[in-house]
Ligand binder design. Structure first.
Ligand code: EZ4
Ligand code: CO
Length: 410
């Protein structure tokens, strides 16, 4: 019988930091898993190296569910982003191995394709309307059929989601984690934001019409009542979703928002188990599950969450920013293709340096992503090239109220 012979943890920084687990079997088959936790990368490296890798050696690589339960229940200390990112990396690497051993792309092992490709949305942004319009046009030119809209707020400086490279022709790439010794500080004012956002969506609809699906991310900054105000004020602009309108920890908060607005709601990029969704799903308080495979315990665990959501007509909208590595993104795409209740997939193209370290087989055509048909996940990791990009600490920003400097949600 083939067994897991060794497992290695790599970290590299081709423009931003990525943590990758590589598992090798006694038959010489390798599998990759993403374990990147933006801004807290080395905690997952240590969890894997010190506490998980020694347990993997000698195990059956095809016992994917048993290994998941062994690591989750076996730790005694359950849940949490570090634990669940580490377990996710193992799970995804084992699915990759199973695909290679059986000669099948992972989506075939998950039940086969339910669609020809996964509708993707890109990130348009601008500090003012002309730059926002240029960014939206840039995304339409790249083939996007759905677009997230983030904007500056008058009186505030840099805010979440607005790219700083706004010259025409440049790749719009919003990268919040900065390579500074302490986090950068941004300023916030919810009233100014609530007044400004509806005027932006009115202008975007006037310029680009009503056919284009538009999304917006509130990034966990509002109270339930403020979120209700925002959802109501955006109803005329027919959003595909309003994301993370309140902090994610309090599921009951969404009851208030839900009761007040018909704007579709999405949440969950910082969640890590099904229990974070339990009330949201059973009470149908949301429309889209936002988790990443990488932060929710892998393909096995996210498949269970999304099957649970399907009972309540809730769909997927998996997290896919550039802090998910191409390995994590590929894992999401295999799941996107297979599940019935697919909604949309977030997609920001990685940098050229990242894509030379991680060679991918997924494609983006006519607005749809496809994972490709290589056995397994379809991603190769160039270890020699990765080793030339040294790990560089980076932090996500923090947020303070403009009025008096009180710490706020970023
Ligand atoms: O800020 O992944 O919807 N996407 C997002 C992301 C998150 C980053 C944090 O690391 O909210 O841009
Ligand atoms: Co988000």
């Amino acid at each position: 019988m083939s067994v897991i012979e060794h497992a290695e943890v790599f970290f590299t920084s081709p423009g931003r930091n990525f943590v990758t687990l590589k598992i090798t079997t006694s038959d010489g088959v390798t599998g990759l898993g993403d374990a990147t936790l933006n801004g807290r990368e080395l905690s997952v490296v240590a969890y894997l190296q010190e506490h998980i890798v020694p347990l993997l050696i000698g195990r059956d690589p095809q016992a994917i569910e048993d290994t998941w339960q062994y690591l989750y229940r076996g730790a005694y200390w359950r849940r949490g982003p570090v634990t669940m990112a580490a377990i996710a990396a193992v799970d995804v690497a084992l699915w990759d191995i199973l695909g290679k051993v059986t000669g099948q792309p992972v989506y075939q092992l998950l039940g086969g394709a339910s669609r020809t490709g996964a509708l993707a949305y890109g990130h348009a942004s601008g500090s003012d309307l002309p730059s926002l319009f240029a960014s939206i046009q840039n995304h339409l030119d790249q083939g996007f059929k759905a677009i997230r809209v983030q904007t500056g707020v008058p009186g505030l400086g840099q805010v979440y989601g607005v790219a700083t490279n706004q010259k025409p022709g440049e790749r719009y790439d919003y990268e919040p984690a900065k390579r500074t010794s302490v986090p950068t500080e941004e300023q916030w004012d919810s009233r100014a934001y609530l007044r400004h956002i509806p005027t932006i969506f009115a202008a975007v609809r006037e310029e680009f019409g009503y056919d284009l699906p538009l999304l917006h991310d509130g990034h966990h900054r509002l109270t339930p009542n403020e979120a209700a105000i925002l959802g109501k004020s955006l109803e005329p602009y027919d959003l595909f979703w309003l994301e993370d309108c309140t902090p994610g920890e309090n599921q009951e908060a969404l009851r208030r928002v839900r009761a007040q607005t018909t704007t579709p709601l999405a949440i969950g990029e910082v969640f890590n188990t099904v229990f974070d969704y339990q009330t949201l799903i059973t009470e149908q308080l949301i429309d889209y599950v936002r988790s990443a495979v990488t932060h929710t315990g892998g393909i096995s665990a996210l498949k269970k969450i999304i099957d649970f959501a399907a009972i309540y007509q809730i769909k997927s909208g998996f997290h896919g920013p550039t802090d998910i590595s191409p390995v994590g993104q590929a894992a999401a795409l295999h799941l996107d293709l297979a599940i019935h209740n697919f909604g949309i997939q977030e997609y920001m193209k990685h940098s050229e340096d990242t894509l030379s370290v991680f060679q991918t087989s997924y494609t983006f055509e006519n607005g749809l992503l496809h994972p490709g048909n290589n056995p397994g996940l379809g991603v190769e990791y160039d270890e020699a090239l990765a080793a030339t990009f040294d790990y560089t600490p980076a932090y996500l920003p923090v947020n303070r109220l403009q009025r008096d400097g009180t710490m706020h949600d970023w």
